[in-house]
Design a protein around this ligand. Structure first.
Ligand code: CTP
Ligand code: MG
Length: 694
């Protein structure tokens, strides 16, 4: 078992991991102060960090375009909803390629349900890695927009974040050093892996608050939350003082340069009396724990970190206490876990020591756990071209253009097939509609025929049944009835009086004849109805034939206008099959357009590389003046460093797109605007353009 430090309780391995913190806790070492010359030497590299994080116009455009798209496709679906950007993209304190925070404000919403619904909508739009987090204090949906490559967080009713963003952006407007120091600190914190609230270190936002506090302490900026006029708002029954006093100012702001401020930032927090102080930019300077009422609770971070228990539990609260400027009950270090706290303190000490100990800014920011940043770093999109000669790249460009031509032809062919199939379906629908009245009548007659047939059969059955029961035809029944009646009612001949039995027999025969007569009459009526119906049926069948001829005539006339439909079965089933065909062609078109998009990007990339190379050669031969009009000379860093798609977009747009416009004319004149090779940014607009056309 390895040795354990008696003071800190750290094992040898952990002493190595937390070297600077351990040294401070055991030796209370002094932090060296850099001399003036070495401090001045930091200015350039620090400025480079700031300028390399400058947000390119194209990135801003991508954000604007995505916001518009989300407003239209999501926010508009919820009554009274409003989508607003916040966070560093809005305050200006963002690193290049930082995430895009959006807040959806919906009154009286079921937030969890809404987040889930939005998640579904985003998946349907082809957004990637859509993740809904409904258990957090503020429900959120995270995703990546594959078109712009932006990482987006949409939170619901996160109103306070909108106000604190406004506060940060007001600070950023006062003095350029706010933004510069925030970017420097965020860059360092990102590379040293101490800015990840999900994994137990401080949020990027908390680092911004530490920057503001430091600049307030250094008398660079005033306290914007001071002043008499107060604005109080109520959210969920709680009141918040969101006053921002834009007029606050310092009589004599400090003129320290960015190197001095960065150095003092690290020294300040490396040596801060965290035991007794709470950071509060609302107050303009740290406040005491007693005043705040936040105690430095046990167990300590070291207790938890050194514990050999499998589950050592949570450490006490408020160790690196940072008050949120508006939600003053909220300590921004609440997300920090034991190891995170120790690493943050170790890193602050390390940076402060290296600053004074002759290290470079690059060494101070040396990336730890580099894998974690993969995909975040700007990719060198020319990496595979750097060892190829220009002729080879030109060949690749020609090949790509040839492929573009081929795909373009395919797209045109599919487009015209789609048009003709659409026309066919439309024409068929037209014929069906035009003849629909005739078909309706035809159908009505057929329905009539069917029900009449049924009636005829029923009547016939009834009639025949009665007839089979009656032994005499109706006229004979009537004759017989009158005979028997006469016999029963004639004057009696006294000599020929019938016997009683005979008379009874006559009577019952009379009754029987009467019953028979009723039935026979019924059968006769049925028979007449039967004859009538058969006649009607014949008439209707004649009509049916007339309608059929009319329908054929009308169809033939319509077919004269649409000869395509000749020999085709015209019915709604067939129309459905044409609709399906249109749908499949559309799918194929989308796929081909996706290929075209990729090819266009690739051609743009190859073209940009060749231009970049020829630009370099011209400058190398002292012909810097020979740059094309509108082409800005590029600095050394850009020539050798990795380039992002945004940079290329800028490069091409600054060059007038000479070859690309030529190409777009060649590809297709009608879609020239859309197919410009130089148009390399994220074109959400083109997506909706396709939609409209389809
Ligand atoms: N926020 C907050 N409370 C927190 C964390 C964040 O109110 N505890 C809000 C802030 O308005 C912050 C925004 O959420 O600006 C986004 O947080 P985050 O992405 O951490 O900070 P950013 O300032 O956007 O920094 P980055 O450039 O790293 O995205
Ligand atoms: Mg952010």
């Amino acid at each position: 078992m390895s040795e354990v430090c008696e003071i800190t309780g750290l094992t040898e391995d952990n002493v190595a991991k937390l070297f600077y913190l351990h040294k401070q806790l055991t030796e209370g070492s002094e932090i060296p102060v850099p001399d003036e010359k070495s401090l001045i030497g930091f200015i350039k590299p620090l400025e480079n960090t700031v300028s390399s994080n400058r947000i390119h116009d194209s990135e801003q455009k991508r954000k604007d375009s995505l916001l518009k798209h989300l407003e239209k496709s999501i926010a508009s679906k919820f009554e009274g909803a409003k989508l607003s950007p916040f966070g560093s993209a809005e305050s200006g304190l963002s690193l290049k390629g930082g995430d895009f925070d959006l807040c959806l404000q919906i009154p009286n919403a079921d937030e969890k349900k809404t987040i889930k619904r939005i998640g579904g909508m985003l998946r349907g739009q082809g957004m990637e890695k859509v993740q809904t987090i409904t258990r957090a204090k503020v429900p959120i949906v995270k995703f990546i927009d594959p078109r712009s490559g932006l990482n987006v967080d949409i939170s619901i009713n996160n109103s306070l974040a909108l106000y604190n963003t406004k506060l940060l952006s007001s600070y950023a407007k006062i003095d350029k050093r706010v933004k510069d120091l925030a970017i420097i600190v965020k860059h360092w914190a990102l590379h040293r892996n101490v800015s990840d609230s999900v994994n137990g270190t401080l949020s990027s936002y908390a680092w911004s608050i530490l920057v503001i506090n430091h600049l307030q302490e250094q008398q660079v900026i005033p306290n914007l939350q001071s002043g008499e006029n107060r604005t109080i708002i109520e959210i969920d029954g709680n009141e918040f003082d969101i006053s921002v006093n834009e007029d606050a100012s310092l009589a004599q702001p400090s003129q320290q340069n960015i190197a001095e401020l960065t150095m003092s930032f690290f020294r300040n927090y490396a040596t801060k009396d965290w035991e007794n102080e709470v950071i509060s930019i609302r107050n303009g300077k740290p406040i005491s724990r007693d005043e705040k009422g936040w105690m430095n609770e046990n167990p300590t971070a070291l207790d938890i970190y050194n514990s050999d228990k499998e589950n050592p539990g949570r450490m006490g609260e408020h160790h690196l206490a940072i008050e949120d400027p508006f939600e003053t009950d909220h300590d921004l270090c609440r997300v920090v876990r034991a190891e995170g706290e120790l690493r943050i303190r170790n890193e602050l000490l390390r940076a402060a020591e290296l600053f004074g100990g002759g290290s470079t800014w690059k060494e101070i920011c040396e990336t730890v756990d580099a894998d974690r940043l993969k995909g975040m770093e700007p990719v060198d999109i020319f990496h595979d071209l750097r060892d190829k000669n220009d002729d080879l790249v030109r060949n690749m460009l020609e090949k790509t253009k040839a492929e573009m031509d081929a795909v373009d032809r395919l797209i045109d062919a599919l487009e015209s097939e789609r048009q003709s199939t659409l026309r066919m379906a439309k024409a068929m629908r037209g014929v069906i509609e035009e003849t629909s009245d005739l078909r309706k009548e035809h159908k009505a007659i057929i329905t009539g025929l069917k029900s009449r047939n049924k009636e005829i059969d029923e009547i016939k059955l009834k009639r025949d049944k009665i007839n089979s029961d009656i032994i005499l035809p109706i006229h004979m029944i009537e004759d017989e009835l009158s005979k028997v009646y006469n016999r029963l009612t004639e004057e009696l001949d006294i000599h020929r009086v019938p016997s009683l039995a005979k008379e009874k027999e006559q009577f019952s025969w009379f009754m029987e004849l009467q019953a028979m007569h009723g039935k026979a009459r019924e059968a006769s009526e049925l028979h007449h109805r039967f004859i009538e119906l058969v006649k009607e049926q014949k008439e209707e069948i004649k009509k049916l034939k007339i309608y059929e001829t009319k329908h054929d005539d009308a169809t033939a006339k319509l077919l004269q206008d649409e000869p395509m439909l000749k020999d085709k079965n015209i019915n709604s089933k067939e129309v459905g099959s044409y609709d399906r065909r249109v749908h499949n062609i559309q799918k194929a078109l989308r796929k081909r357009r996706g290929e075209m998009h990729k090819l266009r990007r690739e051609a743009g990339r190859l073209d940009a590389w060749l231009r970049k190379k020829s630009g370099n050669q011209n400058r190398g031969r002292g012909r810097g003046k020979g740059n094309r009009r509108g082409q800005k000379p590029r600095d050394k860093k850009e020539d050798s460093g990795p380039m992002t798609l945004g940079d290329i977009s800028g490069l091409l747009s600054g060059m007038g797109n000479e070859s690309s416009s030529k190409r777009s004319r060649k590809v297709s004149s009608k879609k020239a605007g859309m197919r410009k090779m130089g148009n390399l940014g994220a074109h959400r607009g083109s997506r909706s353009q396709f939609k409209k056309k389809e």
